[in-house]
Design a protein around this ligand. Structure first.
Ligand SMILES: O=C(O)Cc1cc(O)ccc1O
Ligand SMILES: [Fe+2]
Length: 437
């Protein structure tokens, strides 16, 4: 799959035809009486029909059978730890840190391996988010998955995801991300132990942040986003299962064919991937510490101006040059919740304890900041230009919602570090009789 082709651009109107069937896209209209090659036309809507033009999202799929050809959905319990029940565990405002989540030894695929760590809100009211980790080791067989609850921003940490979607195939490695939006069907193939994080947003879609005075270029550039090209499977597959996540639980419906039977498509509602190493990092080159919003890759905005349902923020390799400044993250308390994960390497504010494949949650107004060791080093070190975070990639899902931890996150996973608070206990009292210290 390594020579996969992609279309480039973000928020674009794309067209794609499987080269085996040239001319499969109807010309000049969406729904001819009979489509080229006799295909069915099906619209996939990602916004209300009447959404303003700049928010309107839909794609037209030209397929061998319409998606409606399936048996009734029945409840499925294959993902035991997928939940939207935010009342399972007692509320806990403490700083939380998880050691790397275990990848099971027994055979588990991407869907069965979904474990919800925390979240808030309800897809029924189209308001909320869920943060899941996937812990798996085997390829989805004769099944495809979609979420009827929200868009999925997938952050692989270990193992490449070979994702087949209705729009075509994409391969997503650690240090890349994929976004698969509400309703899009996909199947994941893996090559062994595989782990990563998922941010699911129950309303809206991810956008590139506005750049304001930064200007027309920078941060994640639109041309670096990659969307798959049409690639159909014309296959009869008895007992193929369509798995839907609906109201926070799974349902499966049988059909006797591959759902990846789209011969051509066009539209602006598509799955995509992005390589985080392409991010153009902008930061202070004089003094003081920019808020981490300067590292926003994608944002899902709420209806309050500038307030995100969730932002996806990274901490990429970069030069640190600020003078007369405490360079690492400042101590703070936030009216947003901060869930962090680590893809590679280590994170400057916590050199120990926060490990690849693990996570942390600093909930609304819960104080946090650099550990004692980081504070001492950064407040006494010589401030020469320094390349930092080399070979590392930490990220944050920052949300205006106040998230609850699930029972799996709090207890069952057995990864919560009860000693996390210790990393701040050695911070000394600092107060001198001298103005200049
Ligand atoms: O808490 C964290 O480590 C994330 C973070 C990083 C930063 O540079 C400034 C603020 C912030 O919340
Ligand atoms: Fe923070």
């Amino acid at each position: 799959m390594s020579e996969l082709k992609y279309l480039t651009g973000f928020d674009s109107e794309f067209t794609s035809e499987d080269p085996r069937r040239p001319g499969a896209l109807p010309v000049g209209q969406n729904s001819p009486q009979r489509c080229p090659y006799g295909l069915y036309a099906e619209q996939l809507s990602g916004s209300a029909f009447t959404a303003p033009r700049n928010e309107n999202k839909r794609s037209w799929l030209y397929r061998i059978r319409p998606s409606v050809v399936h048996k009734p959905f029945k409840r499925s319990n294959i993902a035991k730890y997928l939940t939207h029940n935010w009342n399972e565990a007692e509320p806990d405002p403490n700083q939380s840190r998880w050691s790397p989540f275990d990848i099971p030894n027994e055979k588990v695929d991407f869907v069965a391996g979904l474990h919800t760590v925390c979240g808030a809100g309800d897809p029924r009211a189209r308001n909320g988010i869920a943060i899941h980790v996937y812990l798996c080791n085997s390829t989805m067989e004769k099944s495809a998955f979609y979420s009827s609850d929200g868009d999925l921003l997938i952050v692989p940490q270990q193992g490449v995801l070979k994702i087949t979607t209705e729009f075509g195939k994409m391969e997503v490695a650690p240090n890349e991300i994929a976004v698969i939006q509400l309703g899009m069907r996909f199947a994941v193939a893996v090559d062994g132990p595989t782990r990563g994080y998922i941010l699911e947003v129950f309303d809206g879609h991810f956008k590139l942040p506005d750049l304001g005075p930064i200007g027309a270029n920078g941060l994640a550039n639109p041309r670096d986003f990659l969307t798959p090209v049409a690639c159909y499977h014309d296959e009869e597959i008895p007992g193929f299962k369509i798995i839907s996540k609906y109201h926070g639980v799974l349902f499966e419906a049988e059909q006797n064919h591959s759902p990846f039977d789209v011969v051509a498509w066009h539209g602006n509602y598509v799955p995509y991937k992005y390589d985080l190493s392409k991010f153009m990092v902008i930061n202070s080159v004089s003094f003081d510490h920019c808020d981490p919003s300067i590292f926003t890759v994608l944002t899902c905005q709420s209806t309050k101006p500038g307030v995100a349902i969730a932002d996806f923020v990274i901490f990429p390799p970069r030069w640190s040059v600020q003078e007369n400044t405490f360079r690492p993250p400042y101590y703070h308390r936030n009216c947003m919740s901060e869930f962090m994960g680590l893809i590679l390497g280590s994170y400057e504010a916590k050199e120990g304890g926060f490990l690849p494949g693990g996570a942390s949650l600093h909930s609304m107004m819960t104080p946090h900041g650099p550990d004692a060791q980081c504070f001492t080093a950064a407040s006494t070190g010589e401030l020469t230009p320094q390349k930092i975070a080399v070979g590392t990639q930490a990220f944050m899902f920052e949300s205006s919602l106040s998230m609850a931890i699930t029972k799996w996150g709090a207890e069952t996973c057995q990864k919560l570090d009860p000693q996390y608070h210790q990393c701040w206990q050695q911070l000394p009292k600092l107060f001198s009789n001298h103005l200049n210290v």
